[in-house]
Design a protein around this ligand. Structure first.
Ligand code: G1P
Length: 294
């Protein structure tokens, strides 16, 4: 599985982060000084992708603008000799990477969004990254881990999973796997947003997937499921019956940046990792710890 193309479904409304997301795409919200979408894009590029397919809607022009050249800004920075900042701008997208924008005209679900990308993907393997899920790893970026595993094991799909608290299973696609102690395990069953009672386990799908193109044929046949939406999970469930599908327990951790708690955690996590902000955190908590309560 050589994966060159990555799909970013970015047509969601981001209602959990209103009012910030009223006019600003949630994918453009910064974690300190980097928009959320940049983390997912960097991960895709690190894994070898050179074609980024954004499935977007009529309100999300900021994402296309962000990945476009900004001649005026570049000229001004160059004139002022601000070469470090110029590098920051140039590093948004390496020269060998291209962007494709596809419109999802109606909000019919994640499965539908992925199907909208089909003309840009064609007949080759591809990745799907949900930018809300910010995945950090100390060893290797998560999508690269997945590509390595897929090259070894040649599945029809490989899906990132992690354990979640039992009471949260109804927020996720939940998988049932054959062996529970290996990073990559064959998936037996998957259910989108089950109730706590019906959940086959506490292993949840997080927003990283690798697919071979046969998923498109299954998505075409997938009827509306949970929430009246065409669910990617339902197409994966259909794929399990005909080809090996693997759940992959990645090395790293996740922040769900589609909600307030996740944004705060991600911000603190990244602040801890950078010299200039670590000291700010230390001073802040040293002087304000009495406000934290028990
Ligand atoms: C989507 C998927 C779900 C997955 C989740 C991960 O749900 O449908 O299977 O577990 O992403 O973030 P959403 O968060 O869009 O409701």
């Amino acid at each position: 599985m050589r994966v060159r193309k990555a799909v970013f479904p970015v047509a969601g409304l981001g209602t959990r982060l209103l009012p910030a997301t009223k006019v600003l795409a949630k994918e453009m919200l910064p974690i300190i000084d980097k928009p959320l979408i940049q983390f997912a894009v960097d991960e895709a590029i690190a894994a070898g992708c050179d074609t980024l397919v954004f499935v977007t809607n009529r309100y999300k022009h900021a994402i296309a603008d962000y990945f476009d050249r900004s001649y005026e800004l570049e000229y001004t920075l160059a004139e002022a000799g601000k070469h470090q900042l110029l590098d920051v701008i140039h590093n948004i997208l390496p020269a060998h990477v291209r962007c494709v924008f596809v419109t999802q005209r109606e909000p019919l679900g994640l499965g539908h969004a992925v199907l909208c990308a089909q003309p840009a993907i064609g007949n080759e393997p591809f990745a799907v990254l949900l930018p809300d899920d910010l995945l950090l790893s100390r060893t290797q970026p998560v999508l690269s881990q997945m590509v390595d595993a897929a090259q070894r094991l040649a599945p029809a799909a490989l899906v990132a999973v992690e354990q979640v608290p039992r009471e949260q299973v109804s927020r996720y696609g939940i998988v049932d796997v054959e062996v529970t102690d290996e990073r990559a395990a064959r998936m037996r069953r998957v259910v989108e947003k089950p109730s706590v009672e019906d959940a086959p386990s506490d292993l949840a799908i997080v927003g990283r997937y690798l697919f071979d193109p046969q998923i498109f044929g299954l998505l075409e046949k997938t009827a509306a499921g949970v929430g009246g939406e065409i669910q990617l999970t339902d197409a994966i469930a259909a794929l399990i019956d005909r080809a090996p599908v693997l759940a992959y327990r990645f090395d790293g951790h996740r922040h769900d940046c589609g909600n307030r708690a996740g944004v705060v955690q991600a911000t603190l996590d990244l602040a801890l990792q950078s010299e200039d902000t670590r000291q700010v955190l230390a001073t802040f908590f040293a002087t304000r710890s009495d406000e934290l309560g028990d």
